[in-house]
Ligand binder design. Structure first.
Ligand code: HEC
Ligand code: HEC
Ligand code: HEC
Ligand code: HEC
Ligand code: HEC
Ligand code: HEC
Length: 267
């Protein structure tokens, strides 16, 4: 299980060390100046300057990293995130677009205790940052091999964090109702005919190694072909390589963030 330690799951949260941020300076349209180092951020506005220590860095760095800090007795999600696509700092997903006008607004968006607990709940395993054995296998302390995951329940096990259509976006075409929902793989997958008509034979583990050793990108053709054995139909489906490239389109529900729409469908 050595791979698991190097997986993005294992690295999705760490104590803030400035990775992606340290040494970067950004001037906001409204005039606020942000300067990050390995401990936190200095914010300057209206001739005044304040330093804020940052506690955590969320995100393994494949898409983005977002700093989270404790300030004034509350958790705050920093206004700026680092994006892998550009290598630069930009507004954190979902934060107000208008320029910040106070130190508090420059610092970011406050999170209720309950909300922050939820963030850590999905990005941490007990006291340990990251998603590890017990996050999926449960039974803390127990040997995970014994606390097995029933294969037919694996979509549910993943949906605990990756979101479930039973709670959110229950729809035949979730990506139309809310483009943001393509972030949530179980929502799309469970809306697919492939999933609905194959009696539990298609799940997350069909295409993803839960222990992090990823198969070559885009190379899930063997999985598709295990069910779709029909031959190509000229003028319709070429049945050519990279099925997912046509049948699981990429989408950008927010700037600099690209996800794979898991509702397998006719293009
Ligand atoms: C405890 C919460 C949690 C559970 C349970 C969970 N995930 Fe994740 N998963 C995450 C988080 C958080 C990330 C984001 C990693 C990052 O920061 O980029 C992620 C990222 C991923 C990725 C993209 C990164 C990669 O490693 O390629 C895949 C694929 C994935 N999860 C699949 C699964 C599957 C399959 C399951 C069920 C077997 C599952 N996850 C269960 C929280 C979870
Ligand atoms: C219900 C579980 C859950 C909660 C709550 C949650 N996350 Fe995540 N987070 C995930 C999963 C799953 C992923 C990977 C898939 C994705 O990107 O949506 C992820 C990905 C991320 C990423 C990587 C960039 C990205 O968008 O893929 C960052 C940064 C992040 N989360 C920060 C946060 C912060 C900060 C909070 C709280 C304000 C939070 N998350 C709350 C499950 C969760
Ligand atoms: C992201 C969720 C997730 C994490 C994290 C995770 N596992 Fe698993 N694990 C699974 C799933 C799902 C299966 C069932 C796979 C299957 O049936 O194909 C599984 C199966 C197993 C098995 C059965 C043999 C096998 O490989 O199929 C063992 C043993 C195991 N896990 C150990 C671990 C250990 C040890 C860790 C921590 C180092 C760990 N797992 C972390 C989801 C996870
Ligand atoms: C476990 C079996 C299984 C797997 C794996 C599978 N499918 Fe399917 N797929 C089905 C079934 C069953 C249907 C429904 C056929 C019907 O309605 O007659 C279906 C339907 C479809 C449809 C038509 C959808 C629609 O809404 O009309 C497309 C396109 C498709 N699959 C493509 C794929 C691709 C591409 C992959 C791999 C990424 C894949 N499937 C993997 C079983 C599977
Ligand atoms: C039929 C194959 C297939 C199945 C089943 C599948 N995925 Fe994926 N998934 C992909 C492909 C293709 C990508 C794009 C990256 C790649 O090529 O591996 C991807 C990417 C992801 C990512 C990275 C972010 C993104 O959107 O690109 C996450 C997270 C993820 N899948 C989670 C899941 C979860 C959770 C499940 C179960 C609900 C699941 N996947 C089921 C094929 C699949
Ligand atoms: C270049 C894009 C492309 C690729 C690659 C592709 N398809 Fe398709 N496929 C299509 C289009 C377009 C349709 C819709 C045909 C229609 O609706 O008349 C389709 C339809 C389908 C259907 C539903 C109708 C049918 O023919 O049964 C299935 C199932 C399917 N594809 C499976 C696959 C599989 C499996 C692969 C990989 C081996 C694959 N496709 C690769 C474009 C593609």
């Amino acid at each position: 299980m050595a791979e698991q330690g190097r997986s993005r799951h294992a690295q999705t949260l760490k104590a803030y060390d400035g990775e992606g941020f340290a040494g970067k300076r950004l001037v906001e349209r409204g005039g606020a100046v942000y300067e990050f180092d390995t401990r936190g951020v200095r914010i300057e506005r209206g001739g005044k300057s304040r330093f804020y220590a940052i506690d955590w860095l969320f995100g393994a760095g494949h898409f983005a990293r977002t700093p989270v800090l404790r300030w004034g007795g509350q958790w705050v999600e920093q206004r700026l995130s680092w994006y892998a696509e550009t290598g630069k700092l930009s507004l954190s997903p979902g934060h107000p677009l208008r320029p910040s006008s106070t130190f508090e607004e420059s610092l970011g968006v406050r999170q209720s205790e309950r909300n922050a607990e939820r963030c850590f709940g999905c990005h941490k395993t007990g006291d340990r940052p990251g998603v590890h054995c017990e996050s999926c296998h449960g039974a803390q302390g127990e040997h995970p091999a014994k606390a097995g995951i029933r294969r037919d329940r694996s979509v549910e096990a993943c949906a605990v964090c990756h979101r479930s259509p039973l709670k959110e976006y229950a729809s035949a075409t979730p990506e139309v109702d809310d483009p943001m929902s393509i972030r949530f793989a179980p929502v799309g997958l469970m809306a697919s005919r492939c999933y609905q008509k194959s009696a539990g034979r298609l799940d997350c583990v069909s295409c993803h190694d839960p222990h992090g050793k990823e198969k070559a990108s885009g190379n899930h053709d063997g999985v598709c072909r295990s069910c779709h054995v029909e031959r190509a139909r000229p003028g319709e489906c070429p049945r050519s390589a990279n099925c997912a490239g046509c049948h699981m389109p990429k989408g950008k529900p927010a700037p600099y963030l690209e996800f794979t729409d898991h509702r397998i469908r006719r293009p």
